[in-house]
Ligand binder design. Structure first.
Ligand SMILES: Nc1ncnc2c1ncn2[C@@H]1O[C@H](COP(=O)(O)OP(=O)(O)OP(=O)(O)O)[C@@H](O)[C@H]1O
Length: 252
């Protein structure tokens, strides 16, 4: 008998079937297929212009695929915009953080989706602070407090907050687009620790990274794109940097 998870079957969290995207005459992604399972980290790698961001934008509802199917828990979905993808439990963390600098951490956590109370729909700051504190503690995002103002935090702490926010809202899938590109070595290590914690929460993660060291540290599988074409998918434990570099460049 099949176990039922999330009201679906044992289907992958995300399945991309024969996805194709053209912008006018430019083919950005060609015939792309990939499955992601809960608790799995898959890295998407490729040179500039390979089609990585376009793929993330299709999964997150920013662009519609020209053809092909996106399935969540086995069900075909089509997102008219990013808010619909978010309502399906998909969150994206970009390198240029979409945080409100002047606001405290807890307000950023709930930006646009604030908890309210009573007939007047007043902001329930205490509840938001409590939930924020519990989550940053759980993920070990080291910030002075849930009340700290974003502009007073380091780049690594901010990225930690952005990932915590995604974790709070993502029920199924988090897309990380170069999450550590702007960070130093120690901050990168901290953010990678947080990403590993997400795996334990059974969230599927797709990460775009230009750092192959990072890709090898974090991922379970690596998917290589070159000029919009899916070159191959490898299990991280069964490949090495030389193979991935030659897949990315087409040389060797
Ligand atoms: N909105 C758009 N309109 C027209 N062409 C686009 C658009 N977005 C992307 N492209 C083209 O699609 C191709 C793939 O671009 P994409 O940004 O997805 O690559 P990428 O792998 O994310 O690159 P990078 O690592 O530089 O961010 C490129 O040829 C790009 O010029």
């Amino acid at each position: 008998m099949k176990t039922t998870v999330h009201g679906g079957s044992d289907a992958p969290v995300l399945a991309l079937d024969n996805i194709h995207k053209a912008f006018g005459g430019v083919v950005a992604v060609e015939d792309f297929s990939l499955e992601l399972r809960a608790g799995e980290i898959v890295a998407l790698v490729g040179d500039n212009g390979a089609g990585k961001s376009t793929l993330v934008k299709m999964i997150s509802g920013v662009h519609a695929p020209s053809s092909g199917t996106i399935r969540l828990d086995g069900e075909a979905v089509s997102f008219s915009d990013a808010s619909v993808a978010r309502a399906h439990g998909i969150e994206v963390v970009y390198q240029d953080l979409a945080l409100a600098d002047q606001q405290p951490v807890y307000m950023n956590m709930f930006l646009g989706r604030e908890t309210v109370r009573g007939p007047l729909n007043l902001l329930d700051r205490k509840a938001m602070m409590r939930e924020t504190q519990a989550l940053v503690d759980e993920l070990d995002v080291r910030i002075p407090s849930a009340k700290a103002i974003i502009r007073d935090l380091s780049g690594g702490q901010r990225q930690g907050v952005a990932i915590a926010r995604a974790t709070h809202w993502a029920r199924k899938l988090i897309l990380l687009d170069e999450p550590t590109a702007a960070l130093g070595v120690a901050e990168t290590a901290k953010v990678e620790d947080i990403v590993r914690t997400l795996r334990e929460r059974n969230i599927a993660i797709l990460i775009i990274s230009h750092s192959l060291d990072q890709v090898f540290r974090l991922s379970d599988r690596i998917c290589v794109l070159r000029r919009g074409i899916q070159i191959g998918v490898r299990e991280t434990a069964k490949t090495d940097k030389n193979e991935i570099v030659s897949m990315i460049t087409g040389v060797g």
